[in-house]
Unconditional design. Structure first.
Length: 163
């Protein structure tokens, strides 16, 4: 059985495709790519069909990540097939919880930085869209810092399914 994870930000061209790319790499490194599916979406459809922001692509490529991306809007119907929905900030978390058709679906939603023990109370990944490259680099750092904790949580679920 495949475990499905979807990262969600606003337009699905900056933060969520970055998180998708980084986490997919972690899943592959862990040898879980046959058991875990990783994708991303946006709370809105403004950029639907667009590639990731060139600054996102540049930062990812400079750090050894690859991938092709087309933005899409998160759909309520996806809750039934997803195991974990990862919001990149509190606004996305609230929007997703409003969309969740059941309490069980709302329980699938988590903030990415909640998997980073060093994050403290600041669990938002800031939106780099209106800033310079340093914002995209910070975004990558925050995503990478949360990835080990998220990987451990997903590994536990996947191994629990196999048992």
């Amino acid at each position: 059985m495949t475990y499905r994870v979807c990262f969600v930000c606003t337009g699905n061209i900056c933060r969520s495709p970055m998180a998708e790319s980084v986490f997919r790499a972690r899943i592959e490194e862990a040898g879980l790519d046959a058991l875990v599916e990783v994708d991303s979406a946006g709370t809105g459809g403004w950029h639907e069909g667009d590639a990731a922001d060139p600054r996102t692509v540049s930062v990812l490529e400079a750090n050894g990540y690859t991938g092709v991306h087309a933005a899409r809007q998160f759909q309520v119907s996806w809750f039934s097939r997803l195991d974990l929905v990862i919001a990149l900030d509190e606004g996305h978390l609230k929007a997703l919880r409003r969309l969740a058709p059941t309490a069980a679906d709302a329980d699938k939603i988590r903030l990415l930085r909640s998997y980073d023990p060093a994050a403290g109370d600041d669990l938002d990944v800031p939106d780099p869209y209106y800033g310079g490259m340093d914002g995209f680099e910070e975004c990558l750092e925050l995503v990478e810092a949360a990835s080990p904790g998220l990987l451990a949580a997903v590994r536990e679920k996947v191994e629990g399914q196999a048992a």
